[in-house]
Design a protein around this ligand. Structure first.
Ligand code: ADP
Ligand code: MG
Length: 243
């Protein structure tokens, strides 16, 4: 379904990660945990081509990109099949909630204004924000803004949803409403790769947890194993620090 092979990313002289492999099955929910600065965000960004990997390949369904020579058409195809949820929501402040969701449908999916608006209104209803369709981000709580961030990604009907610490910028008051929305998506068999520091959440929702450190996937497995029988000393240390 989703196959990442030998993915390598450098910023100038600095290699963030090299030769990372990952396969994700349809409907699978994979959580990535690990210390900051380890390359989690960069890895996710490379999967949506927000950052360009230097080498390796990314396959989603029938689209394969060879990252040493990516074609523009392949990048667009990849973007149509992946939704990205940002840590800081990254909504357009000059657009309403509905327009924030429609925008991607028009730009990425080439839908007409009317089509995109109709779909955005459906999504707003799914995420429980129908009454905020015409509100601008500044008038919404952090939790509401991030639910729109997630709605915007959902609207694309993406094969793979990439979520980069979706609750870490939130006031604790709003964390649960965002986590519940992600759980709702998980129940709908939405394939997800989610970077999170909410270990309890990862434990409840993920089918598989990957511990990333120093640019490597150090250890991975079902949540019970990762959290109760960690093998690598770096994972053991990470779990102790966080508790
Ligand atoms: P994490 O998400 O695990 O905290 P990041 O992927 O943000 O880690 O960062 C991994 C490494 O890549 C860090 O050393 C960071 O400084 C570096 N890095 C990230 N983005 C850039 C960039 N745009 N330019 C240069 N270095 C970057
Ligand atoms: Mg990060």
């Amino acid at each position: 379904m989703i196959k990442i092979k030998q993915l390598t990313k450098q910023f100038g002289e600095h290699t963030v990660f090299s030769n990372l492999d990952l396969e994700i099955k349809k409907g699978e929910i994979v959580a990535i945990i690990g210390p900051s600065g380890t390359g989690k965000s960069t890895f996710l960004r490379c999967l949506n081509y927000l950052d360009s990997a230097n080498s390796g390949s990314i396959t989603i369904n029938t689209t394969t990109i060879d990252c040493t020579r990516p074609k523009k058409s392949e990048i667009l195809a990849l973007r149509r099949q992946t939704g990205f949820v940002f840590q800081n929501y990254a909504l357009f402040n000059h657009l309403t909630a509905q327009q924030n969701i429609s925008e991607g449908l028009e730009v990425v999916k080439g839908q007409s204004k009317q089509q995109a608006k109709a779909r955005a209104l459906e999504i707003l209803s799914d995420i429980g924000l129908s009454d905020k369709a015409n509100a601008y981000p500044a008038a919404l709580s952090g939790g509401q803004q991030q639910r729109i961030g997630i709605g915007r990604a959902m609207a694309l009907d993406a094969e793979l949803l990439l979520l980069d610490e979706p609750t870490s910028a939130l006031d604790p008051l709003w964390v649960n409403e965002v986590l519940s929305l992600i759980k709702q998506l998980a129940q709908q068999q939405q394939t997800m790769l989610i970077v999170t520091h909410e270990l309890q959440f990862a434990r409840e929702v993920a089918d598989r947890v990957i511990f990333m450190a120093d640019g490597e996937f150090v250890e991975q497995g079902p949540p019970q194993e990762i959290f109760t029988q960690p093998k690598d000393p770096r994972l053991q240390a990470f779990l102790t620090q966080i508790e």
